[in-house]
Write a protein that binds this ligand. Sequence first.
Ligand code: SF4
Length: 205
Amino acid sequence: MKIKEAKKIIVSLSQPDKMPGFAYGIPAPECKTGSKLRLIPNSVCAGCYAMKGNYIRFPEIMKAQYKRLAALQDPRWVEAMAVVINSQAVSKHKVFRWHDAGDVQDLDHLNKIFEVCRLTPGMQHWMPTREAWIRDHLERCPKNLIIRLSMTMIDQAAAGSWPHTSTVTTKPGARTCPAPDQGGQCGSCRQCWSKEVTNISYGKH
Ligand code: SF4
């Protein structure tokens, strides 16, 4: 498949300001678990960043996310994603994030992401998720993908049953993500993508 065709099929990649490389964002209102959590005060989704700021200020961002969601149903989507991620412009960053907005929709979606990761062995992929059912499928997870369960409540401890997690803390000194100390940027930090790092603790915004 030619890159031009592949780009058309996947709609576009997103490029979060803070992070290195590219990501794939789908609409946060379609998050299965996140949509329930958003209604719960003190949950990590209650102030969802993907439902405010630029994501809302610029309606074309949400429009593109809905187009990407629809693109998942295209039988050429897996191959097209692999072609785009393996292209020089994307692969030079070495890391890829699923999803800067949105979450895994169902098992078919998860299987497609697994396949894209297998077809892009030169990349390290990271996927945070609130979808606890994915735990049952971690044995099949490609080596170059790290899936972190995002704990649902602020200041909740990491789930011991998951090899990789992320938490959100309000406790002084408990944050392990250095971004707030470096202008809100990841800089050279790649902890989220590292299998050595079992839990990342983000500061509450
Ligand atoms: S832990 Fe590192 S890689 Fe992850 S968001 Fe924070 S700065 Fe970025």
